[in-house]
Every structure is written in structure tokens, then in C-alpha cells.
Design a protein around this ligand. Structure first.
Ligand SMILES: Cc1ncc(COP(=O)(O)O)c(C=O)c1O
Length: 395
């Protein structure tokens, strides 16, 4: 873990990207509305019929059959309004917290909106590159957002000193989408201050074996800490909408007051309770270990491709790569049957970045073979003398 005195961390010279550059409080997160990247672009826009999906980070082969059965078993009682008490207690037990520290939400996405509509930040800071919805929700709620940009040259590591002291709301992802970097819990907790809300998006934390850097159980110890979790990724429940917030009771109560009545359906509540059972936690842990092994295999293969760089140490179920002309590479990969996530819509990245979901070894091998061919093709094209058609150079 690095600390503010760690010599490996550069002196504080954060790239700040403030509201001046990206629109004021009324700027929305919609397509290019603030003159920056489209914060509302997500990987699901990139998948398509017949394409192998490396664009969306939901675990392949999910949800498991036992979970589908548990969800289906709720259908007979759909006439009743949902009662969230059991699921809330189950989530609380799973994290060693009291139930009044837990709020079930329609995915982490609902939590971003609740926070944006409930909090009254004067200086909101979002640490990028990261998932864009927190910033989009803040802007939609009328808040100006200042960006702190972590750098590829630093391995996208979080330096707590890069966050301005005046920030009274800080949002950071851990592990971070799209960089896949897992920040030390100590570095994240070092962002906490009296009078500051610290939102840690742990939507992918259950993809990390043992969750060593999670702050989920720390909401009673770290002032202003709000942890967001999601069941979407590990359990393949993107369509069900289930996640939760962990925070101090007054924060939870304030967010709950902003929710509509019955915001989480009975099938989603059943899934939340089921995924907290010991057997489910063991299954998630096993899946995380498999993903870690598959990721190392993928990284090994990518390491053999000239012109493909990985910055930082990936720890989640996806990796971020830099390669010249990534837009063309992405288009050619689609022609070969693979969908990958563009990186240029994440603040702090540019046109040369792609995010790849980790898949099983045979899929990764087929993908890297396709990527290798595409890179050879793009290099040939860019090396060809001006005016000479591409087909004259092939063969
Ligand atoms: C980092 C991160 N946080 C939160 C979410 C939203 O998750 P949910 O499906 O629980 O709303 C996503 C979805 O892509 C994500 O990537």
C-alpha cells in the first residue's frame, strides 16, 4: 500500500478537469452535452447478434441455475407487495453490519441517482477514469463536478493527495472500471474527512478473491463512508436490478426517503438474500479465483503482442489496453466476431484505449489470435505508401 510519504508516488500534481472545462451545474451527462466524452455510453451498446461479448463485464454463463430457481420461486407471490426486511438483514449479516446500515436499491445505478439527489455537495470530485454514471447522475442533479484524473504512467494508482482538500464529496471506484486497478483500502480510506462524503463504488469487488481491499464492513469506522455494491456482475443479474448501499444510519435513512415505495421487486429481494448465503459466497469466491487465473492467461497472451500496452495491475474481471488506432482495431475485431468496449468515452482516456472482459481460456485465445491478425492488418495499412490501395499490399 502506498502512503502520502511513499516515494513511489509522484508529488501531488493531479490533472484536474473541472466544471469550467465540462459545463456548469446544468450540464447533463448525455451524449457530448458538456463537450466531453459521452458519459452515457455503456458496453451494452457494443454487443451485437453473433458477436462474442468482451464488451460487457457481466460474468459469462450466469445466472446459475440454482439462482434462477430461487428467483422463479417468487413468481407465485407476486400479488403481494415486496417486503425487503429479510434481504436487508441478510446483506447486513454478510458484511457484519446492523440492518440500518443497509439500503437495497435497483442496482448500484439507482444509488448514484439517490446520492446525487440527496446530497448537497459544494465541491464534488469524481476520480477518473471510472464508471461514468456517478458523474452523469451528479450533473443531472445540478451539481458541478471536478475531475481528478489518474495517470497511466502511474499505473492508474490512487494518490489520496491528488484529491483537493476542499472536496466535500469524493467518488472513487474500487476495483476501478475501466482500469481494473484495485486501490489499497488504506489509500481509499485516507480520502475520508469530517464533513466529506466518500463514495466507494465496489460493484466489482466480489470479482477479487478474498476482497482484501473492501471497505464494506468499515462504514462504522470511516467517517462519511458510503459503499456501493452490485449483484449484477458476478451473478449475471443486470436485467433484475439489484444492488445496495452501506453507510451510516442517517445517510441510509436520507437515501431511503428519496426512494419511491417498493423500489426493489420481490424477485430481486430473493436474489439478494440468496446471494448472501454461505454457499453463494463460496461460489462467488471460486468464480473470482477462476477469473483471476483466466485474466493472468489473457495478460500473458496480450504481453506477446507488439503495440499492446497494459498500464497498472489489473485485478478485476476486465483489462484495459492501449493500442494505436483503437477505433479501427475495434471495428476490425467486430468483423472477426468480437465485441470489445471502446475506451474513449471514459474521462482521462483517449482514442487509443479498449476494455476487454476476461473470458475463459479458449475464448481468450481465439480473441487474442483475432487481435493479432487485426494488428498486423492495421500496421500494413498504415505502413502502405500514400495512394497505394490496401489490396495491393496483401498476399
Ligand atoms: C463500476 C460500476 N459500478 C456500477 C455499475 C452499475 O451496476 P448496477 O447494474 O448494479 O446498476 C456498473 C455497471 O456497469 C459499473 O461498471
Amino acid at each position: 500500500m502506498h502512503t502520502p510519504t511513499d516515494p513511489a508516488v509522484r508529488p501531488t500534481a493531479p490533472r484536474l478537469d473541472g466544471p469550467g472545462a465540462h459545463g456548469g451545474p446544468d450540464a447533463s451527462g448525455g451524449p457530448g452535452a458538456h463537450g466531453g466524452p459521452d458519459l452515457r455510453h455503456h458496453g451494452d451498446a457494443e454487443v451485437g447478434e453473433g458477436l462474442v461479448d468482451l464488451a460487457v463485464n457481466v460474468r459469462a454463463g450466469t445466472p446459475p441455475r440454482w439462482l434462477k430457481e430461487r428467483i422463479a420461486a417468487t413468481l407465485d407471490s407476486l400479488a403481494a407487495y415486496p417486503d425487503g426486511r429479510e434481504a436487508r438483514a441478510a446483506v447486513a449479516r454478510r458484511h457484519g453490519l446492523a440492518p440500518d446500515r443497509v439500503l437495497l436499491t435497483a442496482g448500484a445505478a439507482e444509488a448514484f441517482v439517490l446520492l446525487a439527489r440527496t446530497l448537497r455537495p459544494r465541491h464534488a470530485v469524481v476520480v477518473h477514469p471510472q464508471f461514468t454514471e456517478p458523474e452523469a447522475a451528479l450533473r443531472d442533479a445540478g451539481h458541478a463536478v471536478e475531475r481528478v484524473l489518474l495517470e497511466p504512467e502511474d499505473g492508474f494508482r490512487l494518490d489520496p493527495r491528488a484529491v483537493p482538500e476542499h472536496a466535500d464529496l469524493v467518488v472513487v471506484g474500487n476495483p476501478t472500471n475501466p482500469t481494473s486497478v484495485l486501490h489499497p483500502a488504506g489509500a481509499v480510506a485516507a480520502l475520508a474527512r469530517p464533513g466529506r462524503t466518500l463514495v466507494v463504488d465496489e460493484a466489482f469487488m466480489d470479482a477479487v478473491p478474498g476482497e482484501p481491499e473492501s471497505l464494506a464492513d468499515a462504514v462504522d469506522r470511516v467517517p462519511g463512508l458510503v459503499v456501493l455494491r452490485s449483484l449484477t456482475k458476478t451473478w449475471g443479474l443486470a436485467g433484475l436490478r439489484i444492488g445496495y448501499v452501506l453507510a451510516a444510519p442517517d445517510v441510509i435513512a436520507g437515501l431511503e426517503r428519496s426512494q419511491p415505495l417498493w423500489p426493489v421487486s420481490a424477485p430481486a429481494l430473493a436474489a439478494a438474500a440468496a446471494c448472501c448465503e454461505p454457499s453463494a459466497l463460496a461460489e462467488a469466491e471460486e468464480a473470482a479465483r477462476r477469473t483471476a487465473a483466466d485474466r493472468e492467461h489473457l495478460l500473458g497472451l496480450l504481453g506477446g503482442l507488439p503495440g499492446v500496452e497494459v498500464h497498472g495491475t489489473p485485478a478485476a474481471s476486465f483489462v484495459l489496453v492501449r493500442t494505436d488506432g483503437a477505433a479501427r482495431v475495434r471495428a476490425l475485431l467486430r468483423e472477426r466476431g468480437f465485441a470489445v468496449r471502446r475506451g474513449d468515452t471514459f474521462p482521462g482516456l483517449g482514442p487509443d484505449w479498449l476494455r476487454l472482459a476476461v473470458r475463459d481460456v479458449p475464448t481468450c485465445e481465439r480473441f487474442v489470435q483475432a487481435l493479432s491478425e487485426v494488428l498486423t492488418q492495421t500496421r500494413r495499412t498504415s505502413a502502405r505508401p500514400a495512394g497505394l490501395p490496401a489490396d495491393r499490399l496483401t498476399g
